[in-house]
Design a protein around this ligand. Structure first.
Ligand code: HGY
Ligand code: MN
Ligand code: MN
Length: 435
C-alpha cells in the first residue's frame, strides 16, 4: 500500500516555517526502508530462535542494544543524556530554552520478545529526526527521542520502571535497591553495564510526549483499521505470592499429612481464572511464573512462588479482583494448611490520555488519509508514566494475529510506515506550536 497523498498545504503562521526546509512540512514522509533496516539490525541484538529477541533489562544484550541505538542518535548529531536509572534521552534542534516534544518507548524485551514491542517506538522517533535532518527542517521546540529502562518489568518489577522514576513516581534510591527475579540488585546491574548516568531523576518535563507502539492485541487487525488513537491504559496490579508448605516423601507421606505447596499454588492459579470470570468486563488475570522448591519428582513441594498479573480498565473493578484474590488466599491457607505471603510489586491505576492529544492523533491520521479508531491500551506503556507530568498520547498500529510477547510478533511494514508518519506529523504540529 503506497503512502497516502500529502494533505492539503498548510495555511497560517507555520506555512512560512513549513518551507524553511527543502520540503514543505505537510509533504514530509518517513523512509520506510531505512526504518525497516534499523529494526532488522536492532533485532540481531539478543536474537533468539523463531525470529524473536531476548533482551531483559540491564543484561549484556540490553547494554549492546543501548550502545547501538545511542550510536545512531549520535550519528544524527543528537545530544544524548543518560540519567541515574539509565534512561536515555537524545535531543535535536529547536530553541533550547523551550521544553522538547518527546517521543520514545523501550528497547528491553521479555524472554520471548518480538522485534517491534518498544523498539518500533524508539526507532520511529529516530526516523522522524532523520527525515527532518535530511530535509533541513527545523522546529520551534526541540525534538527528543527517549528509551526508558526496564519498561517490561520482567526482570525488575514493576514494569515501566524507568519512566516511573523519570516522572517522579519512584525515587532513584528505591529503584536502585530493587531486586530482580534473579536476585541481582538493579543499581549493581546498571553499574555493571555502564549505564548509571549522571543526570538526576525526575527528568526535565517535556512539552508533550507521544509514543507509537504496536497494539499487541487483535483489535485493529480485526477491524481492518490502520491506526489506533489510544485513549488510555488499563490499571495494572502485580503480586508475587509465596506459598510455604512442608517438604515430605512423595511415597511414604499419607495425603492427609501433606502440606503441599504446589497443590495450594495450583488451586490459587485456578482461582485467578475464576476471579476473572466473576468480575467480568475487561478483567484479565495471568499467572505467568510458577517456581517450585525443591522441584523434584519424589518430594512434596516445600515452597511455591507464583506471580499474579491482574488488569482492568475500571479502577473499582480492579480493586474488586484484588479483594477476591485475598479471599482466595485465605481459603487456600485454611484448606491446605499452608502459609501464604503476598508482595505487591506493581500497582498502577488506569490512565486517561489528554483528550486534546487523542484528538490530535486522530486528526493527523485522518489528514494523512489513514483509517483510525479510538481504543484503550491493554498493555502498560511509558506514555502512561509521562502522562503524570505532561500531555501524552499513543499511536497504535496493528499486530498480526494480535500476537506479542511472542517471537512470532509481526506488524506489516506498511502499517509501521503509517504509524511513523502519524508520529512525524503529530510531533511536527506540537513542536511548531507558538510558544
Ligand atoms: O506489562 C506490560 O503491559 C508491558 O509489556 N510492560
Ligand atoms: Mn512495550
Ligand atoms: Mn512488552
Amino acid at each position: 500500500m503506497s503512502p497516502p497523498p500529502a494533505p492539503a498545504p498548510e495555511s497560517g503562521p507555520d506555512s512560512a516555517r513549513a518551507t524553511s526546509g527543502a520540503v514543505a512540512t505537510h509533504a514530509l514522509r518517513i523512509d520506510a526502508a531505512r526504518l525497516a533496516e534499523r529494526l532488522r539490525e536492532l533485532a540481531l541484538v539478543g536474537a533468539i530462535d523463531g525470529g524473536g529477541v531476548c533482551r531483559l533489562a540491564l543484561t549484556d544484550a540490553d547494554r549492546d542494544a543501548r550502545d547501538l541505538v545511542i550510536g545512531w542518535m549520535r550519528d544524527l548529531d543528537m545530544e544524548v543524556r543518560i540519567d541515574a536509572v539509565g534512561n536515555v534521552v537524545a535531543t535535536r534542534g529547536g530553541d533550547p530554552a523551550l521544553a522538547p516534544v518527546m517521543c520514545g518507548s523501550h528497547i528491553d524485551t521479555v524472554r520471548t520478545g518480538g522485534k517491534y514491542d518498544g523498539n518500533f517506538g524508539v526507532l520511529a522517533g529516530l526516523e522522524v529526526v532523520e527525515t527532518l535532518a535530511a530535509t533541513r527542517t527545523d522546529t520551534v521546540r526541540p525534538l527528543a527521542v527517549a528509551f526508558f529502562t526496564d519498561e517490561e518489568g520482567a526482570r525488575f518489577h514493576p514494569d515501566m520502571l524507568g519512566s516511573l522514576v523519570y516522572a517522579g513516581g519512584m525515587s532513584t534510591e528505591t529503584a536502585l535497591e530493587l531486586r530482580g527475579i534473579d536476585g541481582t540488585r538493579l543499581g549493581d546491574e546498571l553499574d555493571r553495564i555502564g549505564y548509571a548516568g549522571s543526570h538526576p531523576c525526575p527528568g526535565p518535563v517535556p512539552y508533550a510526549f507521544v509514543e507509537v507502539h504496536i497494539e499487541q492485541g487483535p483489535v485493529l487487525e480485526a477491524a481492518g483499521i490502520t491506526i489506533g488513537a489510544v485513549t488510555g491504559v488499563q490499571g495494572i496490579h502485580w503480586e508475587e505470592i509465596t506459598v510455604e508448605g512442608r517438604s515430605a516423601h512423595a511415597g511414604t507421606t499419607p495425603m492427609s499429612m501433606r502440606l503441599d505447596a504446589v497443590h495450594a499454588a495450583a488451586a490459587l492459579t485456578m482461582r485467578v481464572r475464576e476471579i476473572v470470570e466473576t468480575v467480568g468486563g475487561s478483567q484479565v488475570g495471568t499467572v505467568g511464573s510458577f517456581d517450585v522448591h525443591p522441584n523434584l519428582v519424589n518430594v512434596v513441594a516445600a515452597r511455591a512462588v507464583i506471580t499474579v498479573d491482574l488488569r482492568n480498565t475500571d479502577a473499582n473493578e480492579l480493586e474488586r479482583a484484588i479483594a477476591e484474590l485475598g479471599r482466595a488466599c485465605t481459603d487456600i491457607e485454611r484448606s491446605d494448611s499452608v502459609v501464604i505471603t503476598r508482595r505487591v510489586t506493581a500497582d498502577f491505576d488506569p490512565v486517561d490520555f489528554d483528550p486534546a492529544m487523542v484528538d490530535r492523533v486522530e486528526g493527523v491520521a485522518t489528514t494523512l488519509g489513514l483509517s483510525v479508531q479510538r481504543m484503550p491500551s491493554g498493555a502498560g506503556h511509558d506514555a502512561q508514566m509521562l502522562a503524570r507530568v505532561c500531555p501524552a498520547a499513543m499511536i497504535f498500529v496493528p499486530s498480526v494475529a494480535g500476537l506479542s510477547h511472542n517471537v512470532a510478533e509481526h506488524t506489516e511494514l506498511d502499517d509501521l510506515e503509517a504509524g511513523a508518519n502519524v508520529l512525524l506529523h503529530t510531533m511536527l504540529d506540537l513542536a511548531n506550536e507558538a510558544p
